[in-house]
Design a protein around this ligand. Structure first.
Ligand code: ATP
Length: 210
């Protein structure tokens, strides 16, 4: 059973339009999401990553508004409650793992979760520069920083990509226990194994320009 925080949990996309140059990804798109676990699926290029980036307030829509708990996701206050792990959100490669976690800890006034550090086997890379991590270990660090401040809204883009079996198991455990709202964009139905998963299927609005 998923333990839920008692507070309000509502992500709203209100008449969102978003373009990359001439490519329209969302046109007057509206959705309300209040379920604790959500899986966003759809073909390549359908806008899964863009949806997560909009939800995190990391890109600004050309029109419309995205809000979380009735507050625009573009506000600093909102960002405190949102965590994202996505390959398009790069970690600073010049820092060591320890420096990055320390920075994150100070920024959000939180502690790195010892249990997850151990589960993900990241302690042995404490003094390794982020740029020198393998793809899988980089992914683990990205997941750890997304989750470390226990955001009410956790956004994960293809979270199992590049993870070995042990790390996938650890991730599944983390997600089954996570007290906040979790939205996953994935081709793989990892979240669907859990209870109460709302599935949202995106369609490509138009082909890529040639
Ligand atoms: N920075 C960008 N500049 C131009 N076009 C972009 C940019 N980012 C995304 N796109 C285009 O927007 C569309 C949606 O991309 P997005 O990455 O959101 O899709 P996706 O569903 O996550 O794809 P995938 O399954 O391949 O990861 C694609 O056609 C992509 O080429």
């Amino acid at each position: 059973m998923i333990k839920q925080q008692g507070s309000l949990r509502l992500l709203v996309f209100e008449k969102i339009s978003h373009y990359y140059q001439n490519r329209c990804v969302f046109d007057d798109f509206c959705i309300e999401i209040n379920e604790p676990r959500v899986l966003i699926s759809g073909p390549n290029g359908s806008g899964k990553t863009t949806l997560l980036m909009l939800a995190a307030g990391l890109i600004t829509p050309d029109a419309g508004k995205v809000s979380f708990n009735q507050q625009s996701v573009l506000t600093t206050e909102s960002k405190k409650h949102i965590g994202i792990s996505a390959s398009k959100v790069a970690l600073p490669g010049f820092l060591t793992v320890a420096e990055l976690l320390d920075f994150h800890q100070r920024q959000f006034n939180c502690e790195p979760n010892e249990h997850w550090l151990t589960q993900f086997g990241l302690k042995q890379y404490w003094h390794t520069k982020v740029d020198n991590l393998s793809l899988g270990n980089y992914k683990k660090l990205s997941l750890l920083t997304a989750v470390m401040h226990q955001p009410k809204l956790l956004l994960l883009d293809e979270p199992a990509n590049g993870l070995d079996d042990k790390a996938r198991l650890a991730l599944n455990l983390l997600l089954s226990d996570y007290p906040g709202q979790v939205i996953i964009a994935s081709h793989e139905a990892i979240a669907a194994e859990h209870q109460q998963v709302r599935q949202i299927q995106l369609q490509r609005s138009e082909p890529d320009p040639v």
